[in-house]
Write a protein that binds this ligand. Structure first.
Ligand code: AMZ
Length: 272
């Protein structure tokens, strides 16, 4: 089917689109989110979410955050991994120190499951909270949270074989990613962060097709996460037929596959 498709600003042409909902021109304003995942107070990267397969990249996450901010990123993506398993915040001190050390906007997920916890993080200076498990298990609460804190609640959908995973990715909900996402259409959530678990930390490229499918199924901005391993992957996501809001990258940055400046420059080529 031929449609006016979502395309990067530098490529305003009609192209074939397999997703009929993408019927508007989209001027890409894409953000880049360097990831800092916190385990036992340290910055780590996991392989496919497995806590037993953690590589420690920094004993001082605050220094890592400062380095990213100094390199020019506007956003940081933080995950309290212990919190995601525990169902409540665990790495509070390192997050607090990152908040006070940097002016970058911060999105934070992991163990945020009630309104008080959301309120506390936002009061401390977190820009946007990410609700993953709650988005699957407590949709009413997430909708209420998005209303209470407009623009400050993101939904994290972590997909394993097309289904949303929860509780540190240890459980599978059996609910399709798109079905979780559609619950939040018009709920006022700031973004959906889509992570493909099988790609996460694997350095084999993102799941572009699934990301596009999701971004075309809902009008909520989608942030792509999991598997970004080189600048070409960033370029591919910038050029994808979907209104992506951002890209999260962790291991590739830590492994030196590209620098943060190179990532930002690559994205900038596709902006107005
Ligand atoms: O790597 C993992 N095992 C993992 C991870 N990165 N488990 C959860 N998370 C992240 C999600 C989301 O950002 O990608 O934690 C957040 C969701 O936490 P919760 O507690 O709301 O499900």
């Amino acid at each position: 089917m031929m449609c006016l498709c979502v395309i990067p600003a530098l490529h305003l042409t009609r192209i074939n689109c397999k997703y009929p909902k993408a019927t508007h021109f989209h001027v890409n304003a894409m953000n880049f989110y360097p990831a800092i995942d916190l385990k036992d107070g340290k910055a780590v990267r996991l392989l496919r979410g497995d806590m037993a397969k953690a590589t420690i990249f920094s004993e001082a996450p605050m220094d890592q955050a400062t380095a990213f901010a100094e390199a020019g990123c506007k956003w940081l993506h933080l995950v309290d991994l212990n919190g995601a398993f525990a169902g409540e915040p665990v790495n509070v001190a390192p997050v607090d120190s990152i908040i006070s050390a940097t002016n970058a906007s911060i999105q934070l997920g992991g163990g945020i499951r009630d309104m008080n916890t959301i309120g506390r993080w936002l009061e401390k200076g977190i820009t946007r909270v990410i609700l993953g498990t709650a988005a699957v298990e407590k949709p009413g609460f997430v909708q209420e949270a998005a209303k209470t804190f407009p623009g400050q609640v993101a939904v994290g959908i972590d997909a394993r074989d097309g289904d949303a995973a929860t509780r540190g990715w240890a459980s599978s909900s059996g609910i399709k990613v798109v079905d979780v996402a559609r619950r939040y259409e018009n709920a006022g959530v700031a973004a959906i962060i889509y992570t493909d678990i099988n790609r996460d930390g694997a350095m084999k490229g993102p799941n572009v097709e699934a990301t596009e499918e999701l971004a075309n199924a809902v009008s909520i901005p989608v942030i792509a996460s999991g598997g970004v391993s080189c600048l070409k992957d960033i370029q591919t996501l910038c050029q994808c037929e979907a209104p992506l809001e951002g890209i999260i990258s962790g291991r590739a940055l830590y492994d030196g596959m590209f620098s943060l400046q190179e990532a930002l420059k690559t994205i900038a080529k596709f902006q107005n």
